[in-house]
Design a binder for this molecule. Structure first.
Ligand code: PGA
Length: 232
């Protein structure tokens, strides 16, 4: 039985007050694992503020390199030392805005694993790729470097659903998750991401191959985020 993971992705948002508002609200009763991926400058404070709350802390990115002369980078070792248990890698914003390649994303995931962090590898097609019927080919290509990875979480995030308010339908998401399942096997958790919110979380999370969510906008409010946790 795969565990459910509800992961928030604050992106480049949030501050100490937002952390405090999460710390002040009790986590609903749940069997799901709950994670917040916050900006690096808030990681240390997040692990302290949310200690004992049942919410784990993760990073949104990790360097593809180990410690050394890489100005501006943050290594997987550093993230582990500050109390992270997960790191998102290859988010579509990093692939498109910062030109990360599949190979770099794989190097990042490898660094994370070596440091004892579980990588959450994001994959997903653009609207143009879906309209051209290319979504499976694109996702398969994005998954290719991970064929020999034993321990990772996949997040399927169709780019056209991220931050648009227009989530994939449960049927669209399930179809892609089943396709991904065929590649990564029964034991790997596959999260759905892209405009997941309290109003659509229950239906999405009920799908056979959807093992949780990666939640952007709706993770910026403890009320909304914990409603999704309660739906899981
Ligand atoms: P969204 O973002 O929930 O705001 O669509 C999801 C993500 O980018 O991880």
């Amino acid at each position: 039985m795969r565990q459910t993971l509800i992961a928030g992705n604050w992106k480049m948002n949030g501050n100490s007050e937002l952390l405090a508002s999460f710390a002040a609200k009790a986590l609903p009763e749940t069997k799901a694992e709950v994670l917040l991926c916050v900006p690096n400058v808030l990681l240390s404070e997040a692990t302290q503020q949310l200690a004992g709350s049942g919410v784990k802390i993760g990073a949104q990115n990790v360097s593809e390199y180990g410690n050394g002369a890489y100005t501006g980078e943050v290594s997987a070792d550093m993230l582990a030392a500050v109390g992270c248990s997960y790191a998102i890698v290859g988010h579509s914003e990093r692939r498109s805005l910062f030109h990360e390649t599949n190979e770099q994303v794989a190097d990042k995931a490898r660094q994370a694993l070596d440091a004892g962090l579980c990588p959450i590898v994001c994959v997903g097609e653009t609207l143009a790729e879906r309209e051209a019927g290319e979504q499976e080919r694109v996702v398969q290509e994005q998954l290719q470097p991970f064929a020999d990875f034993a321990n990772l979480v996949i997040a399927y995030e169709p780019v056209w659903a991220i931050g648009t308010g227009l989530a994939a339908t449960a049927a669209q998401a399930q179809a892609m998750h089943a396709f991904i399942r065929g590649i990564v096997g029964q034991d790997t958790q596959i999260l759905y991401g892209g405009s997941m919110k309290p109003s659509n979380a229950t239906e999405l999370l009920q799908q056979e191959d959807i093992d949780g969510g990666l939640i952007g906008g709706a993770s910026l409010q403890p009320g909304d985020f914990y409603q999704i946790v309660a739906a899981a």
